[in-house]
Design a protein around this ligand. Structure first.
Ligand code: GLY
Ligand code: MN
Ligand code: MN
Length: 462
């Protein structure tokens, strides 16, 4: 948690930007796994964390732009909770920690919102994403659950994005604390990536390190020898020499800020010639992308530049043909690089995605492309100092996609299908770092995590 003044300032700016009406916030509740008292790890809603700082269920809040007040709603715990869960400071004292002077019982929140609606005042709400909060909000506002997303407040979303998208020094410090733990996680994983181990032994060790530093994982980790499946969350394969192990994990600091790192490691610690050739292309793409980051450049242009660098590398390798720039303009590279270069990072690993991807990554100026591959780019804004982004190019050999495109003769002037078919057992390779846009350029956050072929091989041996 930051100083109270930080939250006071954040809410003041929010009230000013939205201008009028009530901004309402619902805390996340406990979420049951298999019966009510057996719950998942508790995670507060990120908007609640950003503006009201407190990480516990049973809370709601209102920032009133008309009278300039902020109110925290919740109930002090009774003796039963004290017996089973332990004591908690009084709500009024917790509220003061985040600079809120007005507190009221939780039931008064619903009453205040109902009265405001009856009086014709505007009640601004953010798009809910948890089923229980959707139901609660639908009941409170008298709206069908299915309409909540469309009826969420554009002004509230925009004001929140504008504030949260540029990180302050204290926020960057939190993200870097998570990257520092990732550094430990990756050094361990590299040492463990040996034939005969199971993927879950690596993912378990990585999660254990996050926990041992008082952190959690920021998202379900990808630890797979089948990196060609982009969001592979199963970890039950046996590691075998000749496979690349894609490790995409992030830590979440106690403050909620996340890291998001990917490394691709040869099982057994030495890249074979084919792995090295593909890996070096991804690395060249990632390094060129990081170098291009500076204020005033649109991240979409960096995505396309990276695609051209990798297309040129694939041409040298004999997997693509023709002019790399033309191939990228046509979208042919997306056979190998079907996702976006990166996304905003902050309190969420895909920061603020609950507000809607386009609201965060696109704003009003750039329209999202419909082209396969480019359509998945989550961030296409002009870069400003304070943006924190992931830079995560990858190359994948997805047998079903290769077969489909070959059958359709898609981009046949740019893709050497016969040569590509020799790589169908490759899997995938991705490299991801977290980068801060600075006044003059960029800074890769956290201590360097081995990334070159030589450094990864050394870390695997150590
Ligand atoms: N870990 C998900 C991502 O890299 O976007
Ligand atoms: Mn990632
Ligand atoms: Mn990422």
């Amino acid at each position: 948690m930051f100083k109270a003044a930080t939250y006071v300032e954040r809410r003041k700016l929010l009230r000013k930007s939205v201008g009028s009406g009530l901004m309402i916030f619902l805390a996340n509740e406990e979420s049951p796994m298999n019966y009510p008292a057996n719950t998942y790890h508790y995670r507060q809603d990120s908007s609640f964390l950003y503006f009201f700082g407190l990480s516990s269920p049973g809370l709601a809040a209102i920032a009133d732009a008309d009278d300039g007040t902020d109110t925290l709603y919740g109930d002090d715990i009774g003796i039963e909770d004290i017996i089973w869960m332990g004591n908690l400071p009084k709500l009024k004292d917790r509220a003061l920690e985040v600079g809120v002077r007005k507190v009221a019982p939780r039931a008064a929140f619903d009453e205040t919102v109902r009265q405001a609606l009856a009086a014709g005042r505007t009640v601004h709400f953010l798009p809910p994403y948890r089923p229980d909060n959707k139901i609660a909000l639908a009941g409170l506002l008298g709206l069908p659950v299915g309409e909540l997303k469309a009826k969420a407040s554009g002004a509230f979303i925009k004001a929140s994005v504008d504030q949260r998208i540029l990180k302050t020094k204290e926020e960057v410090r939190e993200i870097e604390s998570a990257v520092a733990v990732s550094h430990e996680m990756y050094h361990s994983a590299m040492k463990l990536a040996k034939p005969g181990r199971y993927e879950y032994q690596i993912s378990g060790a990585m999660e254990g390190i996050a926990l041992a530093y008082g952190m959690h994982l920021a998202f379900p980790p990808i630890v797979t020898i089948n990196g060609q499946t982009l969001h592979m969350h199963a970890h039950d394969n046996l590691l075998a020499r000749g496979r690349l192990l894609v490790l995409d994990c992030g830590a979440e600091a106690p403050s909620g800020y996340a890291s998001d790192i990917t490394r691709s490691v040869p099982v057994g610690g030495r890249f074979n010639a084919r792995q090295k050739s593909v890996y070096e292309i991804v690395l060249a793409g990632q390094e060129s992308a990081i170098k291009a980051i500076k204020p005033g450049v649109n991240f979409k242009d960096i995505h396309l530049q990276t695609a051209r660098v990798m297309a040129a590398g694939l041409k040298d390798l004999g997997l693509m043909k023709g002019d790399p720039a033309e191939a990228v303009a046509a979208g042919a590279h997306a056979l190998f690089f079907p996702h976006g270069l990166g996304h905003n990072l902050g309190l969420d690993v895909h920061d603020m995605e609950d507000y809607g991807e386009n609201n965060v990554g696109y704003g009003e100026k750039v329209e999202r492309s419909a082209q396969f591959g480019l359509a998945y780019l989550r961030m296409a804004r002009e870069l400003k100092p304070g943006h924190v982004l992931t830079v995560e190019p990858g190359l994948y050999f997805i047998p079903a996609l290769v077969a489909l495109w070959k059958k359709e003769k898609k981009h046949k002037d740019f893709i050497a299908y016969d040569a590509v078919e020799q790589f169908l057992d490759f899997g995938g390779a991705r490299i991801e770092d977290d980068v801060l846009v600075t006044e003059k350029g960029r800074r890769v956050l956290g201590p360097p995590i081995p990334k070159t072929v030589a450094d990864i091989e050394k870390a695997c041996r150590s």
